[in-house]
Design a protein around this ligand. Structure first.
Ligand SMILES: Nc1nc2c(ncn2[C@@H]2O[C@H](COP(=O)(O)OP(=O)(O)OP(=O)(O)O)[C@@H](O)[C@H]2O)c(=O)[nH]1
Ligand SMILES: [Mg+2]
Length: 373
């Protein structure tokens, strides 16, 4: 693991399919750079490789390796980040080749970058364990076990059982570690589930806020619950679920509201599954609010990403309420178009920043709850 105390020099490397819509690549590239900024990295440069298909060995291709190699030396780059999910083997080979130019260079793919951000923002033991599990799932037994086997070999390979190969050892280590973490997570989740059950038995209804990262979920949560939760212009500011209360006059009752981790495109299912227990609780709420950044040109794609993840997690997405936030930041929002396209999701237009439309959110929650009781 890389020391994150000092400010990292980061070089993003984008592989662009020349036949793909160039605008789409720009947005995906911008997202990568805001992820890097979120981690506190300094972007030294930007390398673009136009290729229809990644190179099997080095991902970026032999010629590019030399170009990137020279850059990382010149610019004292600590990490290069590949803008995609890349096979561990390709990352490994690329790193080896680049080490000839700069021995301590790190090579991350997009998922590694996201995992480092998660790690930086993880506040609770549960979040930390979930990230560790996600990392293990993502690396797989071989890559995860590499460091372990090296250290065992340092201590003498004679400790291995007869006929036990390194791969088997790696797999066993991976399985054992995974079981330890999973067991611990189960305990935490069970105790939280008990709390939740108690609340449900006490007659509390639940409302959950979901959406793409940076859409304004925590900001809305704060406004609804009066809590001072961290809202920041970074991706994945929130990693832990938090619960607050909102009083609904018509029901003469308080409801529980949860704010949780944001979604992002190309989040591998294995990574989501590590956060499943936290996510499951929240997405199976009585009312689900999907917060959308209406000022984002990529809004429609992001809505799709969130909807897909919700269905992957088994939530019926028909009854979600769409909340188009940040209307203060866009002047020509096509409300008619949105109402037509997303009419079935009872779209609301709000600005948390200007405290606009919040009453409509409460009203919508109330209506749903009245219908379901
Ligand atoms: N202009 C504008 N900015 C907003 C509005 N609501 C939230 N923001 C800003 O959007 C950024 C993200 O807000 P958060 O509430 O942290 O978003 P989030 O969805 O919880 O993000 P993650 O937890 O990182 O997934 C912050 O800089 C907020 O100040 C709004 O109505 N208008
Ligand atoms: Mg948040």
């Amino acid at each position: 693991m890389l020391e994150l105390k000092k400010r990292l020099n980061v070089l993003p490397v984008h592989l662009i399919d020349p036949y793909e819509n160039p605008e789409a690549s720009v947005y995906v590239g911008e997202e990568l750079e805001s992820l890097i900024a979120t981690l506190g990295g300094r972007i030294t440069d930007r390398v673009i490789q136009k290729m229809e298909r990644p190179d099997g060995a080095t991902y970026i291709g032999r010629g590019k390796v030399v170009e990137v190699g020279k850059l990382i030396k010149e610019q004292e780059v600590d990490v290069i980040v590949l803008n995609a999910m890349v096979k561990p083997r390709q990352v490994h080979v690329l790193k080896e080749r680049l080490q000839k130019f700069k021995p301590d260079i790190e090579v991350w793919d997009r998922v590694d970058l996201i995992l480092h951000i998660f790690e930086k923002h993880a506040a609770t033991q549960e979040a930390k364990l979930q990230i560790e599990l996600a990392r293990m799932n993502y690396m797989g037994p071989r890559i995860y076990g590499m460091g372990y086997v090296m250290s065992r070999q340092g201590g003498g390979i004679g400790t291995l059982g007869v006929g036990e190969t390194n791969t088997e050892l790696m797999k066993r280590h991976w399985r054992d570690e995974k079981k330890k973490i999973t067991d611990e997570l189960k305990k935490i989740s069970a105790s939280r589930q008990r709390q939740l059950d108690q609340r449900i038995r006490a007659g509390f209804k639940t409302v959950s806020i979901v959406g793409y990262t940076n859409a304004g979920k925590s900001s809305l949560f704060n406004l609804l619950t009066g809590k001072g939760k961290l809202a920041k212009d970074v991706l994945f500011a929130t990693l832990d679920s938090s619960v607050g209360k909102l009083y609904i006059e018509e029901l003469h009752k308080e409801v529980l509201i949860t704010d949780t981790i944001g979604f992002i495109r190309d989040l591998p299912p294995l990574l989501i599954s590590a956060f499943k227990s936290t996510l499951m609780e929240s997405i199976h709420a009585d009312v689900l609010l999907h917060v959308i950044d209406a000022s984002d040109p990529e809004m429609h794609t992001k809505i799709k990403v969130v909807t897909e993840i919700l269905s992957e997690l088994g939530r019926n997405t028909d009854e979600v309420i769409y909340i188009f936030n940040k209307i203060d930041a866009i002047h020509d929002l096509d409300r008619t178009g949105i109402l037509q396209q997303y009419g079935q999701f009872s779209p609301l237009f709000i600005s948390v920043k200007n405290d606009e439309g919040i009453a409509s959110v409460k009203e919508s929650i109330t209506n749903r709850l009245m219908r379901s009781t």
